[in-house]
Write a new protein. Structure first.
Length: 100
């Protein structure tokens, strides 16, 4: 879980995850949403990939990224150790938002 917390600590990486929740995107598609270099974006994606928050595949010369929804759901369910025992409804709402 430490890698997940570290990966999610950066605002750009959280933005990447938010963009990817809508579906797969190439590096070029992601880059259009940022004012950073491709090298910086690639570094952020590498950190997310090491934390297993995203997965990638090669399509021609492009890398296509997608969110690892199963890991995010697991993470959301385990957050309750920090906030006590939240009602199941809260966890369910978080899970629904991540899946959409």
């Amino acid at each position: 879980m430490d890698k997940i917390f570290k990966a999610m600590a950066d605002i750009n990486r959280r933005k990447i995850l938010t963009l990817l929740k809508n579906g797969e995107m190439s590096v070029n598609d992601l880059l259009k949403n940022f004012e950073i270099t491709q090298a910086t974006l690639s570094n952020h994606l590498s950190i997310l990939k090491k934390a297993k928050l995203v997965e990638s595949r090669v399509l021609g010369k492009q890398r296509i990224y997608k969110i690892n929804i199963e890991l995010l759901i697991f993470f959301a369910k385990n957050i309750n150790q920090f906030v006590g025992k939240p009602e199941e409804k809260i966890i369910e709402e978080m899970t629904v938002r991540l899946i959409k």
